[in-house]
Design a protein around this ligand. Structure first.
Ligand code: ADE
Length: 235
């Protein structure tokens, strides 16, 4: 029996989902509100993780251990980390890296100690289904491109071109930066739960990132998140 956990960091990224739920049931646990119910006939639990790796890890673990979800989907926005990835485009993670993890010289930079992994792979089948849903949604939009590849997460809102360039130098394949995905990836890896991460690009992680981010989140983010989750559940 499939039970889908849907995590977003911000209320705007979850906008409309709770209202679209049939028979929603609310439960508050660890300062978060988990809403369970049917979304377009899929058994779901939706929750706001809040921002950052610990917040996301706590939320993902609770979804699995307390709410019995079998799959996790993370939907939200990210900063671009690649010239070809533009504001309004969508990135689906093939793998995720905790870009602020560095236990060197004990372990290689980026490696999550004792997992042997620096890049945590997302579930291929779930990500393929998500990509198909994103394409169906984007058919109704004008121009955004769907990218698939490496997403980096860290406890930093990146708003500095020099910092971004340094990160890109260390991780040349990096497509986008955000603050939760790789934490969910580690929890799901350790608990054996398939997961996927989808991000709409809100900014270029440079000096204008904060302004661009605020504007995008208020205008576009919710429509994208809602449209993609709907297409995914209906798919
Ligand atoms: N989420 C959206 N934009 C971001 C950025 N520039 N850095 C980190 N997380 C983000």
């Amino acid at each position: 029996q499939t039970r889908l956990g849907i995590i977003s960091a911000l209320a705007e990224e979850q906008h409309g989902l709770i209202e679209a739920m049939e028979n929603p049931r609310r439960a508050v646990l660890g300062m978060r509100e988990y809403t369970s119910g049917k979304l377009w006939n899929v058994d779901t639990v939706a929750v706001l993780s809040r921002i950052g790796k610990v917040a996301a890890a706590m939320t993902a673990a609770t979804l699995v251990e307390r709410f019995g979800v079998t799959h996790i989907l993370f939907t939200g926005v990210a900063g671009s980390a690649d010239f070809d990835v533009r504001v309004g485009d969508i990135v689906i993670a093939e793998s995720l890296v905790q870009h602020d993890m560095d236990a060197s010289p004990l372990f290689p930079r980026f490696e999550v100690p004792l997992t042997g992994l620096a890049q945590l792979p997302s579930d291929r089948e779930l990500s393929n289904r998500l990509a198909a849903a994103a394409r169906r949604f984007l058919d109704g939009e004008n121009g955004p491109v769907l990218h698939r590849g490496l997403i980096g997460s860290g406890d930093q809102f990146i708003h500095d071109g020099v910092r971004l360039a340094a990160l890109k130098n260390a991780l040349p394949d990096l497509l986008a930066v955000e603050m939760e995905g790789a934490a969910v990836a580690q929890v799901c890896f350790e608990l054996g739960v398939p997961f996927a991460v989808i991000r709409t690009i809100s900014d270029n992680a440079n000096e204008s990132a904060a302004t661009d981010f605020m504007h995008f989140v208020q205008t576009v983010a919710s429509r994208y998140s809602f449209g993609i989750v709907k297409a995914f559940c209906e798919g």
